[in-house]
Write a protein that binds this ligand. Sequence first.
Ligand code: KIV
Ligand code: NA
Length: 271
Amino acid sequence: PARPVTPADIRAAKGGTPLVCLTAYTTPMARLVDRHCDLALVGDSVGVVLHGLPDTLGVTMEMMVLHGRAVARGLKRALMVIDMPFGSYEAGPAEAFRNAARLMAETGAAAVKLEGGAHMAETVGFLTARGIPVVGHVGLTPQAVHALGGYRVQGRGADADRVLADARAVAGAGAFAMVLEKVTEPLARRITAELAVPTIGIGASPACDGQVLVVDDMLGLFSDFRPKFVKRYAELESEADRAIAAYAADVRARAFPGAEHVFADTAGAGA
Ligand code: KIV
Ligand code: NA
């Protein structure tokens, strides 16, 4: 449908056809994502994938605004959700509101996503009560990589109750959807069965109400890390490598530019 997807549509998709989500950071990628996905996430993974940062902790509000504006220009239908970067929301609800409002006002995003469980519930409630739709994100929360001691699977054994409590708290506070990252299949199944809002999994099994991946990961455009949960649908990095090598060889052999790329003094067809 041409009508833009709303948070209410996402909420209503609970238990139905799985929600299709990908990240996007640029206008051309947003156009592609928009054709096939329900939700386009301007993830703070942009810092790692496009800016060469070692993790998402160095991502700034300015980076999110810039990429958010680019993505908005490429979307007609998919719901645009933008990540709140590390340091922009944890100190308290009022600061979180100011930064979430800025992200939405300056980019056109319809919702924000923030990481964290029970300790973020008050903030999620504060934002939703003031007109900001919020997507939660529990399980592996990459902004907490140092506290978690790495990008490990979350919720194994006795730890499952903690992640379940986090998901409950954030959904109870008003989040309209919940990203579950890198949790076990039984836990994803349990959380999905219990929450009234859709779960969107990344490394969280097909039990979830939807799936999300970093688009550059699934296209084979980013290979610094290769998480087990990523399925490669293309190998664009090796394709780009091949193309650039061919260009370099052509230039060195004076095989490019060819006659068809050259301007004559008199304007002919296509000149
Ligand atoms: O930043 C990101 O890409 C995310 C995901 C859930 C993929 O938060
Ligand atoms: Na993120």
